[in-house]
Write a protein of this length. Structure first.
Length: 369
């Protein structure tokens, strides 16, 4: 078998990665896909062999993609759980991390949705890959839990009513990796650890050859009226060269500056917005239009929101137990938005769930957002 250029450059070896669960996914250099396996507390880097090159700006729209996935995978719609979405940087093919089934019998599946809407499964055997273990992950006997608001009517197994809303309580070990981003040779990884101050941010060089940086995080949680170190980042986006903007449960938006920060230290974030209690962010995405950078924030309890990054830069830290506060935000006419991704220079793609639990895949022009 001939080696792809990425195999030689990035230290990949041909084999079968032992993926037991599939969660956050993120594309890196040369179309290498990073896959977070929560059960194994491992991140895999895989050359998925997508050599397509889109010659134009496509849109991708698939109605009831969850129902179509169920038919493709030979299961009920209730047994399809879409964990994350990423777009290949050159082909514009859309990739979904999917768990087929529930609990211990669930099977990880990597799905490709072509620019024509065709669904196919990516085989993860005999592929160039490498892997790295997450240091100090929470263990399965860790009794700590984090709650999150359920979107739609199907997600999750352990549900309860709180404030008239349905929530699920996640065990700490399932939050080892909550989100990832790749920037300039570093894989940025948010999640939890087994430490007392468990909210953790990891910066892992790629290729996986050591030298990683790990920091515990502290934020002021406006709804709770206190500083916290336990609840991990749920979703984040890189911001500038050395910064991130992150979303937490209940729903503070926090700016972190990581430039020059040494490993094994605690980093205190600046809370710049509070979107409301009894809510949880699902995804964040940045884009630029007319020279201005904006953030899109999707949550389980509110319509899609847009925040101007220039407002983040000038926002004073929130340190009072009041809500909603902070940077101004503009509500967009899109509800039930889950995962989002940049499809290309002109379009954003979103998973959207309606009141009946149907999930659609829709593209939207950046100019309309």
């Amino acid at each position: 078998m001939s080696m792809a250029p990425s195999t030689n450059t990035y230290g990949l070896s041909v084999g079968t990665p032992g993926i037991r669960s599939i969660g956050p996914i993120e594309f890196g250099p040369e179309g290498i896909l990073f896959i977070a396996d929560i059960v194994e507390a491992t991140i895999f880097a895989i050359d998925i062999g997508d050599a397509d090159s889109a010659g134009e700006q496509y849109t991708v729209d698939v109605e009831k993609i969850d129902t179509q996935l169920a038919a493709y995978l030979g299961c009920s719609r209730e047994d399809v759980l879409i964990r994350d979405m990423a777009v290949h940087p050159s082909s514009q093919n859309v990739y979904l991390s999917v768990m087929r089934g529930r609990g211990a019998v669930a099977i990880p599946v990597l799905i490709k949705v072509g620019v024509n809407g065709a669904i196919s499964e990516i085989a993860l055997g005999d592929v160039p890959f490498s892997q790295t273990k997450i240091e100090n992950p929470p263990t399965e006997d860790d009794e700590r839990t984090q709650w999150r608001l359920v979107q739609g009517n199907r997600e999750g197994e352990i549900m309860e009513r709180w404030g008239g809303k349905r929530i699920i309580r996640d065990k700490q070990w399932t939050l080892t990796v909550t989100d990832m981003a790749y920037v300039d040779g570093l894989l940025l990884v948010a999640g939890a650890s087994n430490e007392e101050f468990s909210s953790t941010f990891r910066r892992i060089p790629f290729p996986f050859n050591g030298g990683r940086l790990t920091n515990s995080l502290e934020i002021f949680h406006v709804s709770h009226g206190r500083y916290e170190t336990a609840s991990p980042i749920i979703t984040f986006v890189p911001y500038g060269h050395t910064n991130i903007v992150a979303g937490y449960m209940c729903t503070p938006i926090v700016h972190f500056s990581l430039g020059g920060v040494e490993s094994e230290t605690q980093v205190k974030g600046t809370t710049v917005a509070e979107l409301g209690s009894a809510n949880i962010p699902i995804d964040m995405l940045s884009y630029t239009i007319d020279g201005q950078e904006y953030l899109l924030v999707s949550t389980a309890g509110l319509p899609l929101m847009r925040i101007a990054c220039k407002d983040i830069d000038k926002q004073e830290p929130l340190t009072q137990a009041k809500e909603p506060l902070g940077v101004s935000r503009h509500t967009l006419p899109y509800e039930g938005v889950g995962n989002m991704a940049r499809l290309n220079d002109n379009y954003v793609i979103m998973l959207e769930q309606d009141d009946e639990g149907n999930t659609d895949l829709h593209s939207y022009s950046i100019a309309t957002l």
